[in-house]
Design a protein around this ligand. Sequence first.
Ligand code: ATP
Ligand code: MG
Ligand code: MG
Ligand code: MG
Length: 476
Amino acid sequence: METHEINLRFLNYFEGHGHTRVPSASLILDDPTLLFVNAGMVQFKPYFLGEVPPPYPRATSVQKCVRTGDIDEVGKTTRHNTFFQMAGNFSFGDYFKEGAITRAWELITTSQADGGFGFDPSRIWVTVYENDSEAAGLWREIAGIPSERIQARDGRDNYWDMGVPGPGGPCSEIYYDRGPEYGREGGPVVDEDRYLEIWNLVFMQDVRGEASPKYGHPPIGELPKKNIDTGMGVERVAYLLQGVENVYETDLVRPVITRAEEFSGRRYGANHTDDVRFRVIADHARSGVLLITDGVTPGNEARGYVLRRLLRRIVRSVRLLGVHEPVLPEFAKVVRDAMSPSYPEIARDFDRISDVMRVEEETFLSTLTSGSKIFDLAAEETKRSGGDILAGDKAFQLHDTYGFPIDLTLEMAAEQGLSVDEDGFRTLMEEQRQRAKADAAARKSGHGDLSEYRKVLEQHGETEFLGYTDLQSTSR
Ligand code: ATP
Ligand code: MG
Ligand code: MG
Ligand code: MG
């Protein structure tokens, strides 16, 4: 089943059950607690918080999400993208646990011929919050899941809140057992690769104070109106239904891998090290395009830096696959073709998106050339003085002046038989971070590093300026 069809079935199903279909919000919302939108509920926060009366009692959406906290997992686990789509259904003081469990169970287990996803019910496991016997009971009654496949977890995993006093509540996560060839027996508490989390149901029922049940403190009261917030990982469902091995091989991500195979002459699936690079390229190319579409430009701060890191990581991975020509605009085209049926704004704005990528790649390639000279000198000097550790301040200079990610320096050093003083590097990075923090605090509003993009902006008109934000991700 194609990803597009999964989205459609989800939205149609919930629309058929009285939910208003709401389009995805931009990845960039005016929310000081978030760098990027990282869950479907973000655009509905004011309704959950009671700040604004909800215009409908029930809603459904497929939300574009970016989770930069997952960047190091990309390509290594089967299930983490930096950009992914979260399908969700939401109840604002309307139905509660029973409704949420009934609907989720019906949609995943109804046969594909009858409009569902057709998962084998005997392969579904669920987790519940440790003292949520109500949810466990509902899973047994409504879904007929035996107690052995309902596992309890404590607040660190199965209690949701926003990191501040306010609404909170227990979660129940739905897992699919991929089978014994993928890992150890015993359910999600034992092995999250074999048992893949596909859907998370949040039962917003509590008022929590300063301390949270996440850390063993009971809530301070009950919400007058209880809410439902759920999130299903579209790419995860897609990879299971498409019979592939991970989220990077699904219909909307895999085409970039194919393009990278053509560029490099290497084959995906031939060896693990290259495979991780292929997956990183495919994942990051998609995130890059979607972020630029929503107005982010590469820079040295906050959102711009995340984008820069993603794009540079592609360029570097491609070089490690033996390709030295520019690639980003080519990958951008592949992403456009895959993603613009769902997000037509990509095709509409493609010239600008492609230009931003081209400029960033050119900038990086030229700093890569001058940085490599600095690196070679430093490496030579280290060896001449009889050492085998590249100094931390050299690694920092390469990072700071030439935009070398530390893993690039590490890799280049290893090629010369050198290691790097990573502790020294990190100390300097931390000092710089502290300085930047002080700077940002001193400024009420700032100016992003847009200099390199002036030309692009002039050519294509202004994009929304995003400024500084204090950044904290509040993923569940
Ligand atoms: P995991 O434990 O696998 O990291 P999570 O518990 O952090 O997932 P939730 O915050 O519960 O994820 O998000 C709801 C759903 O979104 C998950 O059940 C999953 O299907 C999907 N999801 C979460 N993170 C990612 C990601 N990085 N890439 C793809 N899908 C994701
Ligand atoms: Mg996670
Ligand atoms: Mg989880
Ligand atoms: Mg979860």
